[in-house]
Design a protein around this ligand. Sequence first.
Ligand code: FES
Length: 155
Amino acid sequence: MPPVGEKINRRSLLDVLLAIGVVGWLASVLFPVLRYLKPLGVQTQNGPIKLKGEELSKLEKDHSVIVRAGAARIVVFEDSTQQLRALSAKCTHEGCTVQYVPGESVIWCACHNGRFDLDGRVLAGPPPRTLEKYSCTRESDGSVVVQLGRGPEAA
Ligand code: FES
């Protein structure tokens, strides 16, 4: 029979190993559940975004591009006077993605034929509110930057 001190050490070691096993098992079960339950809304980005190479190419070629900033969509376009503009691309009616129609100088939502002017104001259709407007600039190195997180830009 082992001495009493050694028995306590073995028992303590087994208790510690058992506790580590239980904590590890709980973590492996709870982490995926908590990650799944985390709301998506926190993914919206704030601050400036810089268009990537392929986005810039599309903007040059088509005069407009839809870019993502976290969960938000932004339509960046160049109007007939070569002024860069940026609006929320999420229609204020039911959330479809709007697009710039250069030939008509309007922002159009294909879902229910909603139409906005180039400042995001509603011209026709069911959308109840204007699109959020953001500041958009071309930097000296040719890059295009959209300022987010300051709320809608004053028209
Ligand atoms: S979702 Fe855009 S007009 Fe209905």
